[in-house]
Design a protein around this ligand. Sequence first.
Ligand SMILES: O=C(O)CCC(=O)C(=O)O
Ligand SMILES: [Fe+2]
Length: 208
Amino acid sequence: MSASGSGNLLSSAVEGLVTQGWVCLEGFLREEEARALAAESLDAYESGDFRQAGVGRGAEITVRQDIRRDQVLWLEEAAAGPATRAYLARLEELRVAINRELFLGLFEFEGHFAVYPSGGFYKAHLDRHRGTADRVVTAILYLNDGWLPEHGGRLKIWTTPGEQEGPFELIEPRLGSLVVFLAGDFWHEVEVAHENRMSVTGWFRVRS
Ligand SMILES: O=C(O)CCC(=O)C(=O)O
Ligand SMILES: [Fe+2]
């Protein structure tokens, strides 16, 4: 993709945040970029580097398989493969673009690979931990080539800020699609997946 093409995608992401607080962009990564990232995630998963995801924060993190059933591997720049580093660089451009338009003062990204094995899900939640406000913007990139409707695993996002009812969107976790939203505003859940469902999920944070 040309530089202006990827610049347009960044502008669309920012515009989506400004106008409705959330946005889904298909083809945020080119297929070959997304496939390379998926391969790095799968490699680590098959090497046993992922851990059962928890709920909560810090010393209060607990595994709650009634709430979420995915496995995660936190991203570390130093240990990351080339495709992961390239994606982190893309997110850095997005962070700067968001700050330029929205003055959010986002200062870093923290994120993880996630795999929802068949039967995996994540019940409705907000991405902000109780009593904290440091996670401001959520960004989820999907890594599933050839995902079909019968594989389930859609993201359901309620589109009225603060409401876990009313209108919603259902988003299939297709290769290269990016979803961005204001972390404290939009209730969302992951429907049961019937195939391994892969993604990179993370948050742009302000200093806490
Ligand atoms: O993978 C998704 O579609 C959403 C994941 C999610 O909500 C989370 O990890 O907080
Ligand atoms: Fe979430």
